[in-house]
Structures are given as structure tokens and as C-alpha cells.
Design a protein around this ligand. Sequence first.
Ligand SMILES: CC(C)(COP(=O)(O)OP(=O)(O)OC[C@H]1O[C@@H](n2cnc3c(N)ncnc32)[C@H](O)[C@@H]1OP(=O)(O)O)[C@@H](O)C(=O)NCCC(=O)NCCS
Length: 334
Amino acid sequence: MTNKTPYEILDLRHFGSKELSAVLDAESAVWLRDLHWDYRSSARLLTQYLDARTLPGYVAVRSGRVLGYGYFVYEESKAVLGDVFATPFGMQPLQDGEDGVDETREIEARLLRHQLETLFASPGMERIESQLLVHPSGVHTHLFQDTGFQIYPRLLMTRTLHGPRVVPVVRLPGSLELRAWRDEDLHPAGRLIAEAYSGHLDSLINNQYRTVHGSLRFLHNIVRYPGCGVFTPNVSQVIVERHSRELVALLLCSRISAESGHITQICVHPQYRRQGLAHLLLTAAASGFVLQGATEISLTVTEGNQEAVKLYQADGYETLHRFDAAVWEKETYA
Ligand SMILES: CC(C)(COP(=O)(O)OP(=O)(O)OC[C@H]1O[C@@H](n2cnc3c(N)ncnc32)[C@H](O)[C@@H]1OP(=O)(O)O)[C@@H](O)C(=O)NCCC(=O)NCCS
């Protein structure tokens, strides 16, 4: 028989970064251990929103101690579940009333239910997207499925970089030019992403890919904010058609730790596929990160995107972690 001191679920906006610092430290340790990802720059950004008391979400609190938190972000008629995390048992000393049973998942599930209840009750809510990267696939899947979400399994893949062996092989047709990313590539890149993902599985998961406007929003987040690592413009590359100056392929990279580089986006215009452009960009990413002293490179990919998965496997990437993307859409009746 257990005798747990109950915990409360309270509004996140009543708590500042100081009260959440132990949970954020624990989360950073899990990100580094499981994903080889230094979460501290994301956590720093989060603390700004926490201290501004503007982030909608919930915390689980027992005897004044924050055990876990979850937040979400509204984007017009869509919401994105940003995170849910409870400190794993064993990472903090137990206090009176805690019986040693690992209740981490139960706390997270309660936080998630509160988040979803709030979102379902939000006026005009039409779509909810979630990619809880740190949680292994299956952990909260039932909760999402039971509330009408569609699940898309995703992979975090990594490959090690062995400096001397990474030799860029550039075999581009004369009409195409490979060069480093520039700020002015933002708008052409938005157009390319919308075309590359037209009718694509990933545009079911992230509806920003469906329009140029949405793709620009996605790009803005990647380039300006550290949510997907710190953007590295000199490793990021574009392939340009010399005559039209339009982008035909794109590689966006970020730094997620002192050891690891990350590919946040790679796409090739449908008319330029199966010519080895993606292989070329992957090689450019590897050599760029080697020059920066990284020893590993990672990316995420939807398991059902087999064309991309095979491409990465051929380049030496292996699955490090599986997680779920979940999407809920309001039923519309014609
Ligand atoms: C996935 C994607 C980036 C691949 O781009 P790509 O430039 O067509 O890829 P590549 O040409 O380098 O390689 C693809 C395959 O074509 C083959 N190929 C390369 N040159 C070829 C040629 N001249 N003739 C025939 N096949 C060729 C490659 O061998 C490779 O097959 P393999 O994986 O069995 O080795 C592209 O399909 C795309 O943009 N998809 C939509 C966006 C997307 O899914 N991005 C990834 C998100 S994680």
C-alpha cells in the first residue's frame, strides 16, 4: 500500500524560472544522455517566457516543489504542445511522502491531460500538433490516441564523423551552384520548402510546410531561435540554378552541443531529385561540422518517409531514438 503525498496541478504562469530550475536541469541531463543534445540554450529561451509569465501550461507541485511542467503555444487556430516533462525518479533526492515508485509518467500524463483539456476548450481550436522528442515512442501514445490524435512515428538518426575520412565529392552539373546560406535566401527557401513538401507525409505532421507563408514561419524559427539548436549559417548550404537564381535544394544546420551538429532541414525540388543532390548536401554538412570540431551529426525523420530514411542509412546514419509526432484535427462536416 502506498501513501503518496498528493501533488497539485497549477497554472504555469504562477511560476518563474527559479522555481522550475531543478526540473529544467533534470530535463537537460536527459536530453544530453538520450539525444546527445545540449538543451540548455532552449531552456534559457524558455526561462525568458517563464519569467515574463506569458507561457500557457501547467506545473505539478508537491509540498512547494515543482515536479514537472508542460506548456503549449497558440498559433492562430492551431496550437503546438511544446513540452511535458517530470523529473525522473532517482534524479532528485526523495522527500517525505514520496515512496520511491517511479511516478514520472503518471505526472506527465496528468499534465498532458490538463494541457489537452485546455486546448480542446479553447475557442476556434482546429488543430493541435505535438512532437515530444525527448519521450521515447509509445510512452504517451495511448493518451494521444484516446483523444483522437493521429500518431506518426519518427526517428532521431545519428552518424559519427571521422575527420580525415569525410571528403566532399562535388559533382554538380554546370547549371547548378553550391554555396553557403545567406540571409537573403530566406524567401526563396520558403518557396522551395512549400514546393518540396507539397502532398508530402511531413506536411500532415507540420502544416506550416503546406504554404509559403507557413514555410517562412518555420524558417524564421529555425534561423532566429535556438529551439532546434543554434543555427550555423556557414555549414548550411543552398544549391542555386545559375540562370534563374532560384533555389533547387536546401540544407539547414544547427549546433546542438559541443560534439554534435544537427540537420534541421534538407529538401530538393521535385524536378531535381535522384541526381545525388541530397547526398551531396549530406556530405557538405558532414565536412562543415568536421571543420567546426563536431564528432557527430544528427537529424530527425518520419519513419514513413522511406525515401529519406534510405538516403540517410546509405550515408551511414543509424537510429538513436524513436519518438512520436501526434496531430489532432477538428472534424469538419461538409
Ligand atoms: C529526400 C530527398 C531530400 C532526397 O533528395 P534527392 O536529391 O532526390 O536524393 P539523392 O538523389 O541524393 O538520393 C536519392 C536516391 O537517388 C539515387 N540517385 C542518385 N543519383 C541518381 C541518378 N542519377 N539516377 C537515379 N538515381 C539516382 C541515389 O542513389 C539515392 O538512392 P539510394 O538512397 O538508394 O542511394 C528528396 O526526395 C526531398 O526533398 N523530399 C522531400 C523533403 C524531405 O522528405 N526531406 C527530408 C526530411 S527528413
